[in-house]
Design a protein around this ligand. Sequence first.
Ligand SMILES: NC(=O)c1ccc[n+]([C@@H]2O[C@H](COP(=O)([O-])OP(=O)(O)OC[C@H]3O[C@@H](n4cnc5c(N)ncnc54)[C@H](OP(=O)(O)O)[C@@H]3O)[C@@H](O)[C@H]2O)c1
Length: 287
Amino acid sequence: MILVTGATGTVGGAVLARLSSDGVAATALTRRPAAARLPPGTRVVAGDLGAPESLPRALAGIDSVFLMSPGHCKAFHDANLVDAAAEAGVRRIVQLSSAGVAEAADSGEDNALARWHRDAEDALRSSGLEWTILRPGEFMSNALAWAESIRADGTAATPAPDLVQAPVDPADIAAVAVEALREPGHAGKTYALSGPEQLSAADQIAVLGAVLGRGVEVRPISLAQHRSAMARRHPEETVAGVLEALEQALARPGNVRAECVPTVPGLLGRPAATFRQWAVRHASAFA
Ligand SMILES: NC(=O)c1ccc[n+]([C@@H]2O[C@H](COP(=O)([O-])OP(=O)(O)OC[C@H]3O[C@@H](n4cnc5c(N)ncnc54)[C@H](OP(=O)(O)O)[C@@H]3O)[C@@H](O)[C@H]2O)c1
């Protein structure tokens, strides 16, 4: 049996949907089982990665785990799950990490975002369990933060309109996770994941406008304004770590934060989804 953490979120939800469509039984972990909307037939367990005493029950009978936890508590939360999994006899964990770990190492700069993810990876690597680590860069789904303003007045605010990334479709991250959960040959591997093209925020907004059939205007904002907007959705420490990494990227010459890597096609035998394909699938959120 596979346990999916973050099952009500973007990537964990896509992992669960994919397992369900493949006919593979899975258990979803959530802090609020009654509120969770999950694929039919999914077994649900209550659990909080910040409350280690809740985890043994969730891990009973589990062979493999998709492990994600968001934000500044990641290292602590992932280590709680890894410790409980080792105790429960789990064999394999596939962990959602971040390209931020390699970005910090390559640039010689460090930041809180990279540290949370690096410490979480270290907890898994030293566990003695079979591990696979996924390091995606920017998610295409981050564009959903523009949905409300695009619907309201056709604008999309960004503090970094020209910073080039290689956004990846969370459904592709999930497809790689399911491959690593179900198939042999992925133990001890760390996979960098990107989409198939380099795009700035302004490029993504132009694609959204084209897909929606209406002009969407880029609205440049300061980092302070971006910090306030993020603080409405995330804890302050989490926002600080994300913005520390962004500020370091913006200070580097060249305006290119990420390159494309061929991991998704290499592992899945098909191209990674483009931002246009993602936008078509999610157009109703912006209309
Ligand atoms: N966004 C990006 O561009 C990007 C880039 C690289 C890496 N990442 C990584 O991806 C993560 C975000 O993934 P996502 O977009 O799938 O997240 P998400 O949609 O925000 O979902 C968060 C999930 O975390 C669960 N959760 C939160 N606190 C928990 C706790 N204490 N115990 C158990 N579950 C808890 C929530 O479950 P319940 O509320 O149901 O309990 C929810 O399912 C980031 O934090 C980062 O590590 C993101």
